[in-house]
Design a protein around this ligand. Structure first.
Ligand code: AP5
Length: 182
């Protein structure tokens, strides 16, 4: 079974939902940079206050900050991991590659969840997180297209990427992911 995974996709594609289900079922550590950043924000630390300002605009926080968060956590995991929301641009992807080489844990599979803009906007507006309003969703999508979507080509060329239709209901999407990773 593949145990070093990455879930890619635009905001609202269902990365977090599917990663949670997959990690529970298969005993992997779920590493969501968005979730870790929100914990930092909720702690009220200076770093959290600075991150909140960026996140609430739908921009990306600094590569250095997310890399230090991921590096600290990944090194200690023995049973396998699933990255959700990281890497988000080519710089982060290159840093991740170097880090994984160093700890001798190469990435085994990437799941790219695809979803229509119409569905994702509906889902995010219904959820109503602080960064789930029309203006910020539009910016998150723009940044996804400009900075994160190029990673699809990167991992396709490495022959480790599987595309999944994320428009279906949660159980159906989960079955497709299990099949792709099975
Ligand atoms: P992050 O938390 O990663 O946000 P995101 O990528 O915009 O993703 P979402 O959490 O909105 O969507 P998701 O695909 O996980 O979908 P979910 O399962 O939640 O990042 C937030 C911010 O942090 C970024 O904007 C940035 O500022 C910063 N950040 C994070 N990582 C960073 C990095 N590496 N570098 C720099 N900055 C970083 O589902 C969404 C909703 O849809 C839920 O309500 C869910 O219940 C529902 N849903 C899910 N699947 C289905 C389905 N199949 N059918 C119906 N409803 C569904």
């Amino acid at each position: 079974m593949k145990k070093k995974l990455l879930f890619l996709g635009p905001p609202g594609a269902g990365k977090g939902t599917q990663a949670n289900l997959y990690c529970k079922k298969y005993g992997l550590d779920h590493l969501s940079t968005g979730e870790l950043l929100r914990q930092e924000v909720n702690s009220g630390s200076i770093l959290g206050i600075q991150a909140a300002e960026i996140m609430n605009k739908g921009e990306l926080v600094s590569d250095q900050l997310v890399l230090s968060i991921v590096e600290g956590r990944l090194s200690g995991i023995k049973k396998g991991w699933l990255l959700d929301g990281f890497p988000r641009n080519i710089t982060q992807a290159n840093s991740l590659e170097k880090l994984l080489e160093r700890i001798n844990q190469p990435l085994e599979a990437v799941i790219s969840i695809k979803i229509s803009d119409e569905y994702l906007i509906k889902r995010l507006l219904a959820r109503g997180r602080e960064d789930d309003n029309k203006e910020v969703i539009t910016n998150r999508l723009k940044i996804y297209r400009e900075q994160t979507a190029p990673l699809i080509d990167l991992y396709t060329n490495q022959r480790i990427l599987e595309g999944i239709d994320g428009n279906a209901n949660i159980d159906v999407v989960f079955s497709c992911i299990e099949k792709a990773l099975g």
